[in-house]
Ligand binder design. Structure first.
Ligand SMILES: [Zn+2]
Length: 226
């Protein structure tokens, strides 16, 4: 083979190599594109799954609604019994005394309550159980019914006392609605743990922690016809 022919063949080979390189690049690009497309599809599926699982945040904050009343709530806090005002201390002591009369042979969970009427009179109550369970009456409703049956229909403070090792005993749902009915505005509800001792005249220690909540805190969206 002559020198010229050799040189021509080399040139042709070089061209072929270049073309092969280009073809290989093109193939790699297409493969990458395919892989990328596959990843994108997987990502989209994952996104859909996340969307399905996450609760949708739609709408506006409830505070902006005109259809939901937003009454002014009293403060909710804890305080030592000894630092409470006379109203709170007296109500809690009355509730504690009323607890002694609790009729709870089935649950042995004794509760006492006291409510101060608009006129300043205090009505007390204890829970009253029944062998049939359904006719049971809570301490809060016992106290309120006593007051209502004597002509007092508005109350401005209440107290509930019970003993539970895990913490405070707040009124049950039924009682919350019941209390709400006889509170024209928000009223404080004092909650304390009864002393565990079986002393005949139970009393609170000054450092006993008291929860001062309110009926609007306990039942923010009460049932109402108005
Ligand atoms: Zn109740």
């Amino acid at each position: 083979m002559s020198k010229n022919k050799m040189s021509q063949k080399r040139k042709e080979l070089k061209k072929c190599m270049k073309r092969l390189d280009a073809l290989q690049n093109e193939l790699a690009k297409r493969k990458t594109y395919k892989r990328l497309k596959c990843y994108m599809e997987q990502l989209k599926e994952l996104q859909n799954e996340v969307d399905r699982r996450q609760p949708r945040q739609i709408g506006y904050p409830v505070s902006g609604s005109l259809k939901i009343p937003h009454p002014v709530k009293l403060h909710e806090y804890t305080i030592c019994f000894g630092q409470l005002d006379n109203c709170g201390r007296e109500l809690l002591e009355d509730a504690l005394n009323a607890r002694c009369y609790a009729y709870a042979p089935y649950s042995n969970f004794k509760v006492g309550a006291a409510f101060r009427s608009k006129g300043g009179k205090v009505f007390t109550g204890c829970n009253v159980e029944n062998v049939a369970f359904t006719p049971c009456c809570c301490a809060e409703r016992t106290a309120l019914v006593k007051g209502i049956s004597e002509g007092c229909k508005t109350f401005n403070a209440g107290a509930v006392v019970a003993y539970h090792p895990a913490g405070y005993t707040t009124p049950c749902g039924v009682c919350r609605q019941f209390i709400h009915e006889f509170a024209k505005m928000d009223i404080p509800i004092y909650i304390a743990q009864a002393p565990e001792s079986s002393a005949k005249v139970p009393a609170f220690e000054d450092d006993e922690e008291v929860l001062v909540t309110s009926i609007y805190h306990l039942l923010p969206h009460c049932f109402s016809k108005y």
